[in-house]
Design a binder for this molecule. Structure first.
Ligand code: TXE
Length: 479
């Protein structure tokens, strides 16, 4: 099935006439072609967004809200179709796409459809100066949204929904590795009555289409999720044009386990936080640090549980771990397993490719646990972004705090303990944008979402996202 760009409400082939292959990770087959859009395609999308902006920015909040909620309802009505498409494009188990990816994409539209009706700004009375200040929060204009392949529709809509709710028009690019559900979204937007040009979706490589978006002088803000190196590049290109930037980048998140935690709950959740979505979530707890007194017990129980995970074709109900997203990504992850071995790490389970019967060319990998000797080793410091975790014991709270923070990233942390004072102490000192205590990935869309250090700048979610997608203007009236 061939994919087309969605510009001004129409589906069309790229002006560039260039195409790239779209692979099915479950069997390695090429099953379609995706445009590799050029600067001209991006310009066309930009012009369409620019032309739609005035009217859209003046559309009432009720009307915008109604359209966003309609998109949400249509996504829910098409759950099976979207989940199948996501699973085929990405390699993730269809059960996961049905339970998480597509429902969350629908929630993103519903949430921001509601949030915009509650969004407000401040006023400041300048006492003694006979003046009142109020803040206008105005849409920026045309904004760019660029998203990755790990949670394709989920993260694509996480940006688009607040951008259009706030009154902007969008030029958006999904990952070239997983373009399918973004393509299907265009139809839904038309059906929901989203005016032409409010959302424009251009497909293609980061270095051609993505680059044209970030370089476009008329695109005044970029919301990006993806690799840290790409984020740094975008910041460099965007800075001289003073674009607003929200960058949600990589993570290497500690999962800190104290002996006083609810053990069974921790064990069950740790399997998920390690290997959900084949470990390809920026929030996965890929560095497991365990209090020494329970280390041996945890190691034994964790290995046993992980060995029970079934690697298989994404369409099977019994599959826990599907295929990795691409051949090159599989190779990258396998290379890290070798690095781990060379650094003296001990493979406690996994470590090998899996050949799934009838799908021998698919990109399957065993869930892998590496017992490491030092916090500084590469497999414990660099983002692998696959079904690979490291484990290591710690002695004291101070030790683990230092170990947890000694990494260039700062996205999220999970802390397992029932000690309230320790929770309070540690959550103030952990260097991360998110601290989960006795849970993982429990999301409330109102909360600020994002990281510090090499995990990015800016926050998404709730009113933070609506603030990002608006410019604050102070109006001061003397009376
Ligand atoms: O990401 P890229 P890649 C991490 C993970 C992964 C690594 C590389 O460690 O192994 O990043 O993955 C677009 N101008 N994460 O190479 O390239 C690209 O087309 C504009 C973490 O797949 O950053 C895609 O749409 N855009 C992460 C998007 O950027 C450009 C999720 C992300 O791709 C561009 C994914 C350019 N010059 C990977 N170059 C997370 N934080 O969740 C690329 N793109």
């Amino acid at each position: 099935m061939n994919i087309q760009n969605y510009i001004n409400g129409q589906f069309e082939n790229p002006i560039s006439k260039e195409w790239i292959d779209n692979y099915n990770p479950a069997n390695g087959d090429v099953y379609g072609q995706t445009p590799n859009s050029s600067k001209k395609d991006v310009e066309k999308a930009y012009q369409s967004a620019k032309a739609a902006f005035k009217q859209w920015s003046l559309t009432t909040l009720e009307e915008r809200s109604k359209i966003l909620i309609k998109i949400s309802e249509l996504l829910e009505a098409n759950l099976d179709r979207f989940a199948e498409a996501e699973s085929k494009d990405n390699g993730k188990p269809i059960s996961l796409a049905k339970a998480i990816d597509i429902p969350r994409a629908a929630s993103n539209f519903r949430f921001f459809g509601n949030a915009i009706t509650q969004f407000a700004s401040e006023s400041h009375e300048s006492v003694g100066k006979n003046a009142i200040n109020y803040t206008l929060r105005q849409p920026i204009g045309v904004v760019g949204c660029i998203s990755p392949w790990n949670l394709p529709l989920y993260l694509f809509t996480w940006k688009i929904a607040p951008a259009i709710a706030a009154g902007n028009c969008v030029v958006a690019k999904p990952s070239e590795v997983t373009p399918m559900t973004a393509y299907l979204l265009g139809e839904i937007c038309n059906e929901a009555g989203l005016p032409e040009g409010v959302l424009n979706i251009v497909h293609g490589l980061g270095t051609t289409t993505g680059q044209s978006i970030i370089q476009h002088p008329g695109i005044k803000a970029i919301s990006f999720t993806g690799g840290t190196a790409t984020g740094a590049h975008i910041a460099k290109v965007a800075a001289p044009m003073f674009k607003k930037l929200s960058l949600e980048l990589g993570g290497k998140n500690p999962n800190i386990i104290f002996a006083d935690c609810d053990y069974d709950d921790m064990l069950k959740t740790t399997v998920l936080s390690s290997f959900a979505n084949q470990g390809q979530i920026c929030l996965c707890g890929s560095r497991i640090l365990v209090e020494a007194s329970i280390y041996e017990k945890f190691k034994e129980d964790f290995v046993e549980k992980v060995k029970q995970l079934k690697v298989g074709h994404p369409s099977k109900d019994t599959t826990n771990i599907g295929a990795l997203v691409s051949k090159s990504h599989l190779e990258k992850v396998l290379n890290y397993i070798d690095i781990g071995k060379n650094e003296g790490g001990k493979i406690l389970c996994g470590g090998n490719k899996v050949i799934v019967k009838n799908y021998e060319n698919g990109y399957y990998l065993e869930p892998t646990i590496i017992e490491i000797k030092t916090n500084e080793c590469r497999v414990n410091q660099e983002e692998i972004f696959g079904p690979v975790v490291t484990i290591m014991p710690f002695e004291t709270e101070n030790d683990v705090l230092e170990m947890a923070n000694k990494v260039k990233y700062g996205l999220s942390t999970t802390l397992w303990t029932n000690d309230l004072k320790r929770t309070m102490r540690m959550s103030t000192q952990l260097q991360a944008g998110i601290v989960w205590v006795n849970t993982w990935m429990l999301r409330d869309l109102r909360t600020p979402f994002g990281g510090i250090k090499a995990s990015g700048v800016g926050r998404e979610g709730g009113f933070e996202a609506l603030r990002f997608f608006t410019e604050a203007k102070n109006v001061c009236i003397k009376y």
